[in-house]
Design a protein around this ligand. Structure first.
Ligand code: HEM
Length: 665
């Protein structure tokens, strides 16, 4: 071995050197090209050396000199067992999302600590309500934006919508969007939620019934009594199915339903996702819409962050390396092409809405006897639009009658086009298109994932399912004769409300998010936390500009400090007034939860999400029993949201297969 090394050092290098010099003298151009070809290799080696040195430097400042600003914070023991450049990612990758943080909270006996990210970078965990209230508050949230890299990646996929805007641009966009998400707008949207939750129930009902029907003799009945698979039903699910109780991937069907809702209620676009034929051998249904197909491709690209992409994102965070993020890789070219297709259709939707609203404005002016030639009023203000809504109703393309122009985009564009909005406040077409793609992402995957987890939890808790069903049937009729109820009634079903809140607490579809400090600051804490050596405590945490912070949504929702010793158990009755812990009441968080975070960057669609979730639960639980398949373990898997998969069926990918049967009338 030594000889080999000596050879390498003593012989090979000089040899290479002498060859190189000979090459330079005889063929200078060739030598230059060879040098250029070596550049990427040298650059990679230099970068690797830099990152390893950085990790070692960080290790020394935490453990030896203790000069790192977080050296006094508690930190998990595991950190030292991993290579410094891998930080605590080993445990984070092995355990389900949020589990490592909860484990560290328990073992460190503190909700404020620091663990290690890639290349030993400090990852601050502040599971403290006051710290979160401070960072997310109206006065501070713009000083703690999303990290640049994640913002720019989201922007390349979703355009310039409110989710990626920051500072004044965000304030301006949010102001235009806000009225579309107010209580009265969501009240008007409730019929849309029921339209699709009922359509979903009808679809599931057809599949359940078909599994009991006499089968096609030519095809023969399978051993389990079910002849053919359903769309998106895996082979293990088909095998586990029984007549009258098929095992169906509810996540697929819920996704179709929430996509239909956001298309229709969001921007008046009919996706027909639920019209997909459930028979996989049938010709493709109407769901192959351009927006839908492009959006699904973007989703896939977003959830597939491989090593190369990960390194691209990581490196692009360093000063001067932002361009690395946009290298024209095959993946990036595919994303750009898909986004362009989505943009073209979205542009057409915006144009169509603009014409509709211009028509409304011209109508309004005519009705008031004003036009360019007369001296009457020629402007339409936001208040004029509101007045028009009081009376007007519209019959839509699909036959439903609703208040005029109530989809979210219509409301946003009215707020944007009203004559009393200053041109500086208005959204550009690019920004309006960005809202369409943003709503598609934020309004679809989140609620469908939340509902999928809810049905799974109900499978584990048949007693909760029975109580919920009793309350639902009380409101919808013993045989579910009513197909919809109004917003106020939906919001005033006490057990459904407790169940919804407990679900949002217990399994949030967005388990965490990240912010970056843009200035040096001191973050206050609600109580003293123990230092690393246990000899003293601290009541605030210093932060330097550029430092990333985890917003630990799920970990705080399950914190024993806030929710007491039963925090990690599912119990809707914890929301009964006399049982709600004081620590939760005092947290100052909206609904006492982190689920939608808080402040100016909190989820704008929270009312929409809750009403849609409740409508889905009513239509489904009112009619069907949901059970988990015996022996199958559902695992949490972090994708864009917290998805599920079955242990041992990883190759099938994300799914939530549940056994579904009709409730006896
Ligand atoms: C259970 C369902 C939902 C959950 C748990 C949820 C959660 C969240 C969270 C945690 C954020 C903040 C993300 C961050 O800043 O890092 C957010 C932002 C947002 N959500 Fe939701 N969301 C849900 C449903 C919806 C729905 C149905 C819509 C629209 C119809 C929506 C629209 C938005 C938008 C536009 C933002 C960006 C707000 C801004 O930055 O100003 N969300 N959501």
């Amino acid at each position: 071995m030594t000889v080999h090394l000596d050879l390498a050092q003593g012989l090979h290098l000089p040899l290479v050197g002498s060859h190189a010099s000979a090459l330079y003298h005889s063929h200078p151009v060739l030598a230059l090209l060879a040098g250029l070809a070596l550049l990427p290799l040298l650059a990679t080696l230099a970068l690797a050396a830099f990152l390893v040195s950085l990790s070692i430097y960080r290790m020394v400042t935490v453990n030896v000199t203790r000069t790192e600003p977080y050296a006094h914070l508690r930190r998990p023991k595991h950190a030292d067992n991993f290579f410094p450049w891998y930080g605590d990612f080993g445990l984070i990758r092995r355990l389900p999302p949020t589990e490592p943080h909860l484990l560290w909270c328990r073992t460190l006996e503190s909700s404020v600590f620091v663990y290690r990210g890639l290349f030993y970078s400090p990852r601050l965990f502040l599971g403290d309500p006051r710290a979160m209230g401070y960072i997310l508050s109206a006065s501070n949230s713009y000083a703690y934006p999303k990290p640049n890299a994640s913002r720019l990646v989201l922007q390349s996929l979703l355009g310039k919508g409110v989710l990626v805007a920051e500072g004044d641009v965000h304030k301006r966009q949010r102001k235009i969007l806000q009225p579309a998400f107010g209580v009265s707008a969501i009240r008007d949207l409730t019929p849309f939620f029921f339209k699709y939750s009922e359509k979903l129930a009808a679809k599931i009902g057809e599949m359940v019934d078909r599994s009991t029907q006499p089968i096609d003799e030519d095809k023969g009945r399978g051993a389990n009594g079910v002849d053919r698979a359903y769309l998106h039903q895996s082979e293990p699910s088909r095998t586990a199915s029984r007549p009258g109780a098929p095992v169906l991937d509810v996540s697929f069907w819920l996704n179709q339903a929430t996509l239909d809702v956001i298309g229709d209620a969001g921007f008046g676009h009919i996706f027909n996702g639920l019209d997909a034929a459930y028979d996989p051998t049938a010709p493709e249904g109407a769901s192959g819409d351009v927006i839908n197909a492009s959006f699904q491709r973007l989703m896939k690209a977003m959830s597939q962050i491989g090593f190369v992409r990960f390194m691209q994102l990581y490196l692009s965070e360093f000063p001067g390396l932002g361009w690395v993020r946009n290298l024209p890789t095959k993946r990036q070219r595919a994303i750009d092409g898909t986004y362009a297709a989505l943009e073209t259709v979205s542009k057409a939707i915006v144009e169509q809405k603009r014409r509709e609203i211009q028509g409304e404005m011209a109508d309004e002016i005519r009705q008031r006897g004003g036009d360019a030639a007369s001296a009457g009023p020629t402007t339409v203000t936001k208040a004029d639009f509101d007045e028009r809504d009081e009376a007007a109703t519209t019959v839509r393309q699909d036959g439903t009658t609703i208040s005029a122009g109530k989809d979210l985009l219509h409301l946003m564009m009215r707020a944007n086009m009203a004559d009393d909005v200053s041109p500086r406040e208005k959204l550009s077409d690019g920004e309006l298109i960005g809202q369409i793609t943003t709503l598609l992402l934020a309004g679809n995957e989140t609620t469908s994932t939340q509902t999928g987890w809810a049905l799974h939890i109900l499978g584990d808790h048949p007693e909760v399912q029975a109580m919920l069903r009793a309350e639902i049937r009380d409101h919808f009729g013993a045989r579910m004769e009513r197909h919809a109820i109004g917003y106020d009634e939906l919001m005033n079903m006490p057990y459904l409300d407790r169940f919804a809140k407990e679900m949002m607490r217990f399994a949030s579809p967005v388990p965490s998010t990240v912010r970056t400090a843009t200035r040096a600051d001191t973050i206050p804490l609600s109580k003293p936390y123990p230092t690393r050596d246990g000899r003293s405590t601290f009541t605030s945490v210093p932060i330097s500009a550029g430092q990333d912070l985890i917003i630990p949504i799920q970990a705080m929702n399950l914190s024993t400090e806030i929710w007491g010793p039963t925090a990690t158990q599912f119990d809707p009755d914890r929301w009964l007034d006399d049982r709600l812990p004081e620590s939760a009441k005092k947290s100052g968080l909206p609904m006492h939860l982190m689920t939608f975070i808080a402040g100016p960057r909190g989820c704008i669609g929270n009312r929409f999400a809750i009403a849609e979730f409740k409508a889905l639960i009513c239509s489904l639980i009112g009619r069907f029993h949901f059970e988990n398949v015996e022996g199958w373990k559902v695992e949490k898997k972090q994708a864009i949201t917290l998805r599920s998969r079955i242990e041992g069926q990883e190759d099938i990918g994300p799914q939530m297969p549940l056994r579904i049967s009709r409730v006896e009338a």
